[in-house]
Design a protein around this ligand. Sequence first.
Ligand code: PLP
Length: 381
Amino acid sequence: MAGADPLLMIPGPTNLPAEVREALAGPGFYHRGEQMAELIKRCTAGLQRLMGTADDVLILTSSGTGAVEAGITSFLSPGDRVLVVEGGKFGERMAEIARAFGADVTPLAVEPGHAVRPDDLATILRGGPFRAVLCAHNETSTGVTHPIAEVAAAAREAGALTIVDCVSCLGGVPVCADEWGLDVVAAGSQKCLMLPPGLAFVGVREDVWERTAGAGMPSYYFDLRKARESLRKGQTPYTPSTTLIAALGAALDLIEAEGIEGVFARHHAMAEAARAAMLAAGLELFAQEACRSDTVTAVRSPEGIDSVELVRVVRERHNVLISGGQAELRGRIFRIGHMGLVRFEHIERTLQAVADTLANLGYECDANAMILAARQAANAS
Ligand code: PLP
């Protein structure tokens, strides 16, 4: 195995396609030159298609958390009441960010593995007013996709903004920002977009700028109003990662060549495959059936097997990286990321590795039966 690239089946960072690697190794760019302006405009158009919006999508040089933070601090003010859907680490992080900048946070605790119930949300919103609802569309820590269109509808009805963390799903599942009324959408480069970490994206619905005129929490680098002004010139306010933007162009070309719908269908098929295989092995999926994510599958570790150990052995013996659980789920679940450049051969290799390791740790399972179930599920999807 020495020297071979690891297979990244973690929920980001993800595997890099050859075309992206080539772009990363390309020449330097002048960040205020015409070539970069063209590239930024082309990338913006590609991101708009992925976000389902005709409005601005701003490119930031930061990890995904920066986009979430920018989305919160640019449109809210200290003291604003916000309702935050918490059902895992990333919902909790949105609450932490909002609190850090002085928002008055009401958490809506959702049982891990479950999706938020829009009715519960609407009930709390009626006790408002709330300035915004904050929600992770895809809660990576539990493998749950929240019904974000319904969340946004409830928020709009209550006159609140919807600020959404799509870091682990943009480019893997449909995000229809305009149709669903998502006001602010944050995403990152190292998940479904097949890039290294380092770029983040924020889509902003056109009327949000006016609805929030005069609002803002203390910030400088992450002031989206400045980013918006610069975008008019095909620029960013500060020096961006030109290399990553070149690679973003290559990644978006790959997505367009496959077809956006085709990319979503492939993500769904690979998710179905992963889920079917786990069920065929007699394992329990952590997320409830109706809300299982198409980009990450969370699985309960069998009785007596610490998932930290499972993840370690899968990595050391098979050069395949999967993830364990975070916070109170540490040791209790493992997670398989199937986002970005993931095809059936990658799922198959992962299943072989997981089955072999589980067997070594004392849980008998049949790799062939798992792979067969996976193939059938992928074909049927
Ligand atoms: N939000 C979600 C849903 C995520 O999955 C992640 C990373 O895993 C983040 C936010 C944080 O992104 P980053 O680590 O790029 O800051």
